[in-house]
Design a protein around this ligand. Structure first.
Ligand code: SAH
Length: 255
């Protein structure tokens, strides 16, 4: 049997942000291995498929990842159309490369179907472009989290060097992110947005300044969230401060 494993992006949350290509692959799927955060309506498209939930929200350990790799390989030996459905885009912070490497080593064909990543969903939620002519020509996608045993990397250097930064998996680390960036010379007045549950009914946008990030982050709930930093947000942040009658301490709030 010539099987193929599709690594498919499910998008950031809203079911109608799935691509047509992803929907067509799901319709043909025999088996779908999906992340915890994928919308039920998206899974429902894979009518004929066996659905298997794999992966935790975060902190998935390498043994679990090895098990997922093995499940994909085993499934490809039994089925023609195997789908690995991941939140957002599969090629960003989704451990796709480990799966691709395992499939390649096992001689199994694969194809990647891109999805809307959280950074794009969050930028849409705030209504602010991540790049802007004359102001922001670099946007970096970054996470301060490293896997167990992974060498430290200088994520903060990327944030400081970029015009705009979008930090994934960082909402729970706001205090250390703030302290690290301030220590590296990032201005405390850098505008920030924390976007939780982008594109979902529970979407929240909190705006403020980098120095207030730990307090802003306390207001967010348990949903997935990204932190956006950069001058592109200044107008939005200032407008909120103005609306709150000039009291910057009240600038974080629902939008
Ligand atoms: N591959 C995914 C990212 C997986 S890492 C993508 O391309 O978007 C998981 C992190 O993504 C979360 O911790 C959070 O930082 C971010 N994220 C995912 N969905 C989100 C959403 N709807 N709103 C805000 N952040 C989200």
């Amino acid at each position: 049997m010539s099987a193929k494993v599709y690594l498919v992006g499910a998008g950031p949350g809203a079911a109608d942000l799935l691509t047509l290509r992803a929907a067509r692959v799901l319709e043909r799927a025999d088996i779908v291995f999906h992340d915890a955060l994928v919308a039920p309506q998206t899974l429902a498209i894979a009518e004929r498929a066996t659905k298997i939930a794999v992966g935790k929200r975060s902190g998935r350990n390498s043994t679990a990842q090895r098990f997922i790799n093995k499940q994909l390989i085993d499934a490809a030996r039994r089925h023609a159309v195997v789908v690995r459905l991941k939140g957002g885009d599969p090629m960003l912070f989704g451990r796709a490369q480990e799966e691709i490497d395992a499939l390649t080593k096992a001689g199994i064909e694969f194809e990647v179907v891109p999805g809307v990543t959280a950074a794009c969903a969050a930028s849409a939620a705030v209504g602010v472009s991540l790049t802007r002519r004359g102001m922001a020509r670099t946007a970096c996608l970054i996470t301060p989290r490293s896997a167990e045993g992974e060498p430290e990397n200088d994520w903060a250097a990327g944030v400081v060097a970029a015009d705009t930064a979008v930090i994934y998996m960082g909402a729970g680390l706001s205090e250390s992110i703030c302290a690290t960036l301030l220590a590296r010379g990032q201005a405390g007045g850098t505008p920030v947005a924390v976007v939780e549950n982008a594109t979902l009914p529970a979407q929240r946008v909190l705006l403020g300044k980098l120095r207030d990030l730990p307090r802003i982050a306390q207001e967010i709930g348990p949903g997935p969230a990204v932190i956006i930093l950069g001058e592109v947000l200044r107008q939005a942040v200032d407008a909120r401060i103005f609306r709150e009658k000039g009291n910057p301490r009240r600038c974080a709030g629902r939008m």
